[in-house]
Design a protein around this ligand. Structure first.
Ligand code: SAM
Length: 256
């Protein structure tokens, strides 16, 4: 029976064979890879991926799609909201600490998915995601550009990231209203150690009013933390590098 795409589940199905091949090539799956696909949908990427890896774990929220997927002998289907999935348990089930996570993500919850996976970054070998191009621009954004913000800092701290493929709306059915792209995310081998919650709070405060000098936002926050260092607050949030934010969070943490 034909599946009617459900908007509330962000269902835009890939139909362009050339794009599907290019994404699978970019992922470069190998036999036996402990791979997890988020939102397999109608299996556009699932089928070529499972042909290469042999067995694939898939996470699908849509009950109708999940029951179709369960008919496939080489798939282990987790019928769930990906935001509720414990990836540590998934890794344990696959007897690995090196998960490869892929997916053409539902765009309405793509940022929460990225932050959910950040909790499990130590168990991840790499991630390849189709996302709204504009979100990838923010993820990989460099300081002093409009795209640089909270997402750039918090993800660049833990991942090396690069856009690997541009994907136009007509590659999907139905076509989304926005351009898409595929991003590769590889956890950084030696991230600077810092309290993640503190870094999140600091970055949130810094970018809360990005047009203003940090003196008005972060300056006040640093006072509440009894920070006595020489961090220059006569700048705007977008002028501070990722390493500087991380170093500042580490200093504030050490002072607490
Ligand atoms: N991978 C397919 C493709 O490329 O054609 C489908 C991609 S579609 C953009 C997103 C998929 O994620 C859909 O299958 C949708 O049902 C599923 N999905 C939506 N929200 C989800 C959630 N919270 N957890 C798991 N899967 C979800």
């Amino acid at each position: 029976m034909k599946h009617i795409p459900r908007k509330r589940f962000g269902q835009n199905f890939l139909t362009d064979g050339g794009i599907i091949d290019a994404i699978v090539d970019a992922i470069d799956p190998k036999a036996g890879d402990p791979m997890v696909e988020i939102g397999p949908g109608l299996m556009a990427m699932t089928q070529p991926l499972v042909e290469r890896v042999g067995r694939l774990t898939v996470i699908e929220l849509d009950r109708d799609l999940a029951s179709r997927l369960r008919l496939h002998q080489q798939l282990d289907v987790i019928e769930s909201d990906v935001l509720k999935v414990d990836f540590a348990a998934v890794a344990q089930g696959l007897q690995t600490r090196q998960l490869r996570v892929v997916g053409n993500l539902p765009y309405n919850i793509s940022t929460p998915i990225l932050f959910h996976l950040l909790e499990y970054v130590d168990l991840i070998q790499d991630q390849h995601f189709m996302l709204q191009k504009e979100v990838i621009d923010r993820m990989v954004g460099a300081p002093s550009t409009a795209a640089y913000g909270r997402l750039s800092v918090l993800l660049q701290w833990r991942y090396a990231m690069q856009e690997v493929l541009f994907v136009p709306p007509e590659s999907f059915d139905p076509p989304p209203k926005v351009n898409s792209a595929v991003v590769r995310m590889v956890p950084r081998a030696t991230p600077a150690p810092v309290d993640k919650r503190l870094l999140e709070e600091l970055v949130q405060v810094a970018f809360s009013q990005r047009r203003k000098l940090l003196r008005h936002t972060l300056g006040r926050w640093l006072e509440t933390k009894a920070y006595a260092g020489d961090f220059d607050v006569k700048r705007r949030a977008e002028e501070v590098s990722v390493d500087e934010y991380v170093a500042l969070a580490a200093e504030v943490g050490a002072a607490a």
